[in-house]
Design a protein around this ligand. Structure first.
Ligand code: CTP
Ligand code: MG
Length: 228
């Protein structure tokens, strides 16, 4: 089956607070957008890449990304991550495919984890990357602790989140009027459509959210460079 990557890069980066959206910030000479696209461009099991970009930056993205051969579409995203994700998957013409949805803001996904996702998707319809949480997580109500779930049952979710196209399309169709979702797996769970299998992520696969995150990322890239 054909493997599509959908790179979600249509956010505004409000928490990052830079003049241009954070996907255009350069780390070690390359934008976060290029770093993220390259992970999928370099993987020989990925056939096509769709990039969903902040509408005002469509031309800038087209200029920067013209060198990547697997990119088949650069589309303008929506107001929420959910809308952008829908725009990406809905543009796929095939009846059925595998689709790996990735946050552009996670430019440090390793090939190893990506390969594990693709392999898992051969016998599962829904797969996400996650890492065991190292913090104790509390449930809060009105500024008091309501509950402390056992850490052994908690993980931090990452991307890519990977699905059979028909399944994730159905989840989006069912949730048309709801907006309370921060990721695509949430849609599948809400409608109890399918079990979601977990692939262990790499800890460096952080989502760049605040300017401090860039300090860590420079170190990660240095490590990657010396390892190659
Ligand atoms: N995203 C998107 N379309 C949106 C919102 C987010 O494609 N309308 C993408 C972002 O570009 C990012 C990923 O979803 O790669 C995760 O979102 P987040 O880290 O929240 O990025 P931003 O929304 O850009 O940041 P902020 O919430 O701080 O504004
Ligand atoms: Mg956001």
């Amino acid at each position: 089956m054909i493997n599509y990557a959908v790179i979600l890069a249509s956010g505004k980066g409000e928490r990052f607070g830079s003049e241009v959206p954070k996907q255009f910030i350069k780390i070690c000479g390359k934008t976060i957008l290029e770093h993220s696209v390259e992970i999928f461009e370099q993987n020989n099991k990925i056939d096509k890449i769709i990039v969903v970009i902040t509408p005002e930056y469509e031309q800038k993205a087209k200029d920067i990304l013209s060198k990547y051969k697997k990119i088949c579409k650069i589309l303008c995203g929506g107001k929420t991550r959910k809308e952008s994700s829908y725009i990406g998957i809905n543009s796929i013409e095939e009846e059925e495919a595998n689709v790996l949805i990735h946050d552009c803001a996670r430019p440090f996904l390793t090939q190893n984890v990506l390969n594990n996702c693709i392999e898992e998707l051969e016998h599962q319809k829904a797969v996400t990357v996650a890492v065991p949480t190292t913090d104790t997580i509390i449930e809060v109500k009105e500024n008091y602790i309501k509950n402390i779930p056992s850490r052994s049952t908690l993980m931090n979710v990452q991307t890519p989140q990977c699905f059979r196209l028909s399944l994730i399309k159905k989840a989006h169709d069912l949730s048309k009027n709801e907006n309370d979702f921060t990721d695509d797996c949430g849609l599948i769970i809400r409608y109890n459509l399918c079990k979601i299998s977990i692939v262990k992520g790499n800890r460096e696969n952080i989502k760049i959210t605040f300017p401090d995150d860039i300090v860590f990322t420079k170190e990660i890239l240095k490590k990657k460079d010396t390892a190659m």
